[in-house]
Design a protein around this ligand. Structure first.
Ligand code: GJV
Length: 415
């Protein structure tokens, strides 16, 4: 190991930039697609120390690929969708148990079907990524569609077929095992239903499969469930998380461990924290929808980069530790005058298995009632690892007191 490390330090490796990167803060190094960078050190898996035209700084490792001329690189052999791993994990019960145990999620889909049962009569339904088949079974039992095509790529499909039989739905539900992108359906669908949402709405990018299926298998005038989706953001306090991971080093056992704080920041605050449950009291302002998807019109290419703006008005004094994000999805009614059904994964609704996602700033900032926090959020899909993305937040605090501050931070999720 030691010998390898010395070798690395002695001769920097050449990498090519796969996309543009804008530096935020003086420690980072910006670059453009195609730039050749010399990587001097790899202090963490995510951030490397690199050089471009004599300038040096931190760069996101996932944006670089080893120069092909130098090396027959192994990333080109790896599947950028990581499908073996992805569908492998959906072939076991753990994730299905988590999703089915989430009552808000599962009951919302049931309610959509119940409240539209009259309109579902004799319709052709496609359930994309049916998992154990719960949505398809709801359709068959609570409405009278002519057929439900339950599409599932993982090996769970084998068990799903058994569950369909066991529950007497085999006349209506047809389980098709395979990736939706590669399957042939016998006919166009009237309704495309799917539970595709990931953390921060888009993570995993299963939505791409849904959009491709829409363009190929949904008949003109067909219905998308969900019909729309929104990502919501709020500036927040995160006192206990901050204490646990950062303030801790101030005086453990009466000793000064503050030299470890830069490491702690790198280790705990570089990536977003999934599975955060924010107390509504920790929201510093009303939340704001920053990105909205119309499931009828959004295109796969739009997913490469999604941008949204925000303006928050701080309603009480507090410590601004970061931003919390969650999503909502809406299911339009098929019945004239019928109500839209919504699944809300935010702090003012029953918690779901997605919980919320916390983005920690490097330094907490005191804010006061009447301050404004304006800025934008960019979700940039990883050009190589198609299920991953980087979330970049820019903010500008305008305070009645003297502190006006701007900041930027990029969070890989996960590459
Ligand atoms: N084709 C077929 N099944 C799929 C596909 C696809 N392209 N993508 C995902 N699945 N809400 N983030 C399946 C996957 O195997 C799993 O059973 C389910 O859809 C995921 C649903 C929850 N994930 C999510």
């Amino acid at each position: 190991m030691q010998a390898e490390k010395e070798e690395e330090e002695a001769s920097p490796e050449e990498y090519v930039a796969l996309c543009d990167f804008t530096a935020s803060g003086s420690e980072q190094l910006g670059f453009s697609t195609g730039d050749k960078l010399l990587v001097h050190a790899k202090p963490s898996a995510d951030w490397w120390w690199a050089e471009l035209q004599g300038v040096i700084g931190y760069v996101p490792a996932s944006y670089l690929r080893q120069d092909a001329a130098e090396d027959e690189d192994d990333t080109s052999l790896e599947d950028p969708w990581q499908d073996d791993e992805y569908f492998g994990s959906y072939g076991t019960l753990r994730l299905h148990l988590e999703m089915l145990s989430d009552r808000s999620r599962t009951e919302t889909y049931r309610q959509v079907i119940v409240s539209n049962s009259a309109s579902l009569r004799n319709k052709v339904v496609m359930d994309l990524g049916c998992g154990t088949g719960i949505i398809s079974l709801f359709c068959a039992q609570l409405a009278q569609p002519s057929v439900v095509y339950a599409v599932e790529a993982s090996s769970m499909a084998v068990h799903t077929r058994q569950l369909v039989k066991q529950n007497g739905c085999e006349e209506v539900v047809t389980v098709l095992q395979g990736r939706a992108e590669e399957l042939e359906l016998p006919e166009q669908a009237d309704i495309l239903v799917s539970e595709w949402m990931g953390n921060c709405l888009l993570f995993e990018f299963m939505v791409e499969s849904v959009l491709l299926a829409r363009d190929r298998w949904l008949r003109d005038g067909g219905v998308m469930w969900p019909s729309s989706a929104a990502l919501t953001l709020v500036p927040c306090q995160a006192d206990s998380y901050y204490s646990e991971k950062m303030a801790f080093w101030e005086r453990p056992y009466g000793l000064d461990f503050t030299p470890l704080q830069p490491l702690a920041q790198q280790e705990f605050f570089t990536k977003p924290k999934f599975s955060h449950l924010i107390d509504p009291k920790d929201c510093l302002s009303a939340p704001c929808d920053v990105i909205c998807l119309n499931m009828y019109t959004v295109q796969v290419r739009d997913l490469e980069e999604m941008e949204g703006e925000f303006k928050f008005c701080v309603v009480k004094p507090g410590v601004f530790h970061g931003f919390t994000a969650w999503f909502t999805v809406q299911f339009e009614s098929l019945e004239a005058g019928g109500a839209t059904v919504e699944l809300d994964t935010g702090p003012n609704s029953d918690p779901t298995h997605w919980k919320q996602t916390l983005f920690m700033l490097d330094k907490p900032i005191h804010v006061y009632g009447g301050d404004s926090i304006r800025g934008n959020i960019v979700l940039r899909r990883n050009p190589v690892w198609r299920r991953h993305m980087t979330v970049t937040l820019h903010w500008n605090i305008n305070s009645s007191s003297d502190n006006c501050q701007v900041g930027t931070k990029s969070f890989p999720m996960w590459r």
